[in-house]
Write a protein that binds this ligand. Structure first.
Ligand SMILES: Cc1ncc(COP(=O)(O)O)c(C=O)c1O
Length: 275
């Protein structure tokens, strides 16, 4: 099911700037027992992305009402919200008077490996690098070609996720996720001020970790060597929740206790699906 500007339909104008230039933002939200998890946070990030791109953000109440319609009676699913600048302007210049296009769509829950949360997943390092651009960093804009290329890299290893580096070789995030590593008490996730998507689950993990005694959450630089020598590391996103990493580039990594502690906390608070 899909709503376009509040109407049940699947078509938008072929003149839409979302199609021409990726001129817009989106959110992917987990739906569990007819509830869109952390919808307030997703609406806030969508609004922030719109403001950064100077697109008029939709009213939160409108989005809440449309998401409730889409989620009605859905036991488990995925909700996608997209806002584009709409139709308008000549060439790249946005021009004036474009009216944003708002799309709220529902998809089936993906078939993730059942053991991923408990036993972890294998990851590899992608060849495709992320470009640095502070003006786009952090927001979930519609230009996702780096992720499309990374996902289409030939991969015979059967890894569940790829780690993406920037042009200088710093670890930034997963293809569809954020990444954390723990060395002793210090839990680090990469700084995203130049590239990457500042995930909602990343934000929740940073907040939850800050409440745990003996854990010091930190945002900073991360190298592949630091990741592979960590006491534990894990991936996060709004759908998978938290997946421990059990193998990096073929090398085994121990699954530590923190990933499971954070999973329990976030499931209990209703921010993460039960499995
Ligand atoms: C490139 C990228 N980074 C990070 C994330 C994690 O974001 P969130 O926790 O908001 O799902 C995603 C989610 O799809 C993503 O596509």
């Amino acid at each position: 099911m899909m709503l376009v500007n509040g109407e049940v339909r699947e078509e938008i104008s072929a003149q839409d700037r979302g199609l021409h230039f990726g001129d817009g933002v989106f959110e992917t939200v987990a739906v569990d027992t007819a509830r869109a998890l952390c919808l307030d946070r997703h609406i806030r990030r969508l609004g922030e992305g719109c403001r950064r791109l100077a697109i008029a953000p939709p009213a939160a109440a409108t989005l809440e009402e449309e998401c409730a319609r889409i989620c009605d009676g859905v036991e488990r699913g995925v909700l996608k919200i997209m806002v584009t600048r709409g139709v308008g302007g000549r060439g790249y210049a946005p021009g004036e008077g474009a009216s944003p296009t708002r799309i709220v769509a529902r998809y089936p829950w993906p078939a993730y490996p059942a053991s991923a949360r408990s036993r972890g997943v294998a990851v590899r390092v992608c060849g495709t690098r992320l470009g640095r651009n502070a003006r786009l960093a952090g927001i979930k804009h519609l230009n996702r070609l780096e992720q499309v290329l990374a996902r289409s890299e030939e991969d015979a290893s059967g890894c569940a996720e790829g780690i993406m580096l920037d042009e200088d070789g710093r670890v930034i995030e997963g293809v569809m996720s954020n990444v954390f590593m723990r060395h002793g008490r210090v839990l680090t996730t990469p700084d995203l001020s130049a590239c990457g998507v500042a995930g909602i689950m990343r934000e929740l993990v940073l907040e939850s970790a800050a409440t745990l005694e003996g854990i010091e959450p930190r945002v900073g630089a991360m190298s592949v060597d630091e990741l592979s020598s960590a006491d534990e590391c894990f991936l996060t996103n709004s759908l998978i929740g938290i997946w421990p990493i059990n193998r990096l580039q073929g090398q085994a990594i121990e699954i530590g206790p923190l990933a499971h502690t954070l999973q329990s906390l976030l499931v209990e608070s209703g921010a993460m699906t039960r499995d």
